[in-house]
Design a protein around this ligand. Structure first.
Ligand code: BES
Ligand code: MN
Ligand code: ZN
Length: 501
């Protein structure tokens, strides 16, 4: 979709549709007021008759409003003025886009960016509107034979900003939002792809075609033979039960001098997690195709980073692998020597993500990174702790944790920190090996992070558990593309610091 910004009065816009807000109960926003005046009370008349209460998300489409140049006016309920918050703003924008998409307006001018959202400026409102619009028109129809797309879909949306001085800010917001949306879409597409198509090789091919598009990007592929040479026995153990080869894909973005230490983002890429020999129950097992949500986010993120051409060196790792039960599969009781030399007693083959990530996290030591962040659909316990709304952040490096939480707030891509205290380390002790791969039911998200922490001593590290946020289940099942917005924001912030220095 195409976006633009403008600053002008509503009645003079020549568009298929203009979008203006109405508060509850039946109170016109200043812009709606303006239209009401030029149309000699047309709008207030309708509202008085009870056509629109103004409840958040209510829509009323009007045609040929007197003295208004646009063909249509869409009145959008915005709820009580004082109660308008970030979440409601995003929901209202999404609903508006949906309505425009279904009612034949191929372009529209929206005045919703003039609503007052506490603590947020024009930049934020435009950026969120663009991201919400892109999210709301997203579909995954590649594998349907009858696509059922709207006949006259919305193609262009222009946001009106209060003054001409806001135009540059608005344009920046659109540019940033579009770069983020590209990453989100890439992440959603690859995550929604079924596991019979999306295997580690497919992830590698997607990365290869991304790298083709940008000069700053380059690709490296580590297959099973190379992993064996490197001693990545833990990563290999997980993939041993699968007919699909384990492949670790490395995407590098070179945006700064060679001597600038890179930021490395590692994504868990289990393209299907059956649990292995510790097999999962069959209910909703299909959703374990999303167990590569971390790798999907890293692929999307690298697209965003390249699109923004950030002046940083960033390395994205897709830790591709499939966890299946098989005669050759790894088993509970096995003791494995990881690439780091530390040994792990496997107590549950379904705790496979950490087995793959620990070797990937050792591998990245060679980059002498400034910071390493891993992103993983790592624990069901995370969904129990935080539900579907927040990504869990775990780090023993306070400044890094704060930077991530800040980026999360700026980008409205929710995250919440959990503790990573030493006390929890005891839970993963093993009588036979250096550690066990599970720590029992209490604090499962934290003990998983404790496990990873033992492989990340050589750099500043944070772990993001996206088990609750990478996709939504139920009737509207689908990948979310999270946490691409938060991570892109984190890197954008890093880039500004680098520019100032
Ligand atoms: N991929 C799962 C975690 C998961 C489960 C994410 C459900 C989202 C929804 C992970 O590999 C796993 O199976 N974890 C186990 C760990 C346990 C064996 C310690 C879990 O959470 O049950
Ligand atoms: Mn598992
Ligand atoms: Zn898993």
């Amino acid at each position: 979709m195409e976006f633009g910004v403008k600053s002008g009065s509503p009645e003079k816009q020549r568009s298929a549709c203009i979008v203006v807000g109405v508060f509850e109960p039946r109170r016109l926003t200043p812009v709606a007021e303006q239209l009401d005046e030029v149309s000699e009370g047309y709008i207030s008349n309708l509202i008085r008759r009870g056509d629109l209460e103004g409840k958040a998300g209510q829509m009323l489409l009007l045609h040929h409003v007197p003295n208004v140049l646009s063909e249509r006016v869409l009145l959008v309920g915005c709820g009580k003025e004082r109660e308008l918050n970030e979440r409601q703003y995003k929901q209202i924008v999404a609903k508006t886009i949906q309505t425009l998409n279904e009612t034949g307006s191929m372009e529209a001018v929206s005045f919703l960016t003039e609503l007052h959202v506490r603590g947020r400026d024009t930049y934020w409102k435009v950026r969120q509107a663009v991201e919400a619009a892109n999210n709301s028109v997203y579909t995954f129809l590649q594998l349907k034979t009858k696509k059922g797309e709207p006949r006259r879909p919305l193609r262009k949306m222009v946001f009106n900003v209060p003054t001409r001085r806001d135009l540059t800010l608005g344009e920046r917001a659109i540019e940033h939002a579009q770069a983020i949306s590209v990453g989100v879409k890439v992440a959603k597409d690859v995550a929604n792809m079924p596991p019979n198509i999306c295997n580690p090789k497919y992830l590698n091919e997607q990365a290869a075609s991304l790298v083709e598009q940008y000069d700053t990007l380059s690709l490296e592929t580590i297959g099973e033979a190379k992993m064996a040479e490197l001693g990545m026995n833990s990563y290999l153990a997980v993939g041993r039960g699968s007919a699909n080869e384990s492949i670790m894909t490395i995407i590098s973005h070179k945006g700064a001098a060679d001597d600038q230490a890179p930021i490395v983002i590692v994504g868990k890429g289990i393209t299907f997690d059956s649990g292995g020999i510790s097999i999962k129950p069959s209910e909703a097992m299909d959703e374990m195709k999303y167990d590569m949500g971390g790798a999907a986010a890293v692929l999307g993120l690298m697209h965003s980073v390249a699109a923004l051409n950030l002046p940083l060196n960033v390395i994205g790792i897709l830790a591709g692998c499939e966890n299946m039960p098989d005669a050759d599969a790894y088993r509970p009781g096995d003791i494995i020597t990881t690439m780091s030399g530390q040994t792990v007693e496997v107590l549950n083959t379904d705790a496979e993500g950490r087995m793959v990530l620990c070797d990937a996290l050792t591998y990245v030591e060679r980059y002498e990174p400034d910071t390493v962040i891993d992103v993983a659909t790592l624990t069901g316990a995370c969904v129990i702790a935080l539900g579907k709304h927040a990504t869990a952040v775990l780090s023993s490096h306070n400044p890094l944790a704060h930077e991530i939480i800040n980026a999360s707030e700026q980008s409205s891509d929710k995250a919440w920190r959990l503790p990573l205290w030493d006390e929890y380390q005891e839970q993963i002790e093993s009588p036979f090996a250096d550690m066990a791969n599970i720590g029992g039911r209490p604090a499962g998200t934290i003990t998983a992070a404790c496990f990873l922490s033992r492989f990340t001593k050589k750099y500043n590290w944070a772990h993001l558990d996206i088990a609750g946020t990478a996709w939504v289940g139920g009737a509207r099942k689908g990948a979310t593309g999270r946490p691409v917005p938060m991570l892109t924001q984190y890197l954008m912030n890093k880039a500004n610091i680098a520019l100032d220095e």
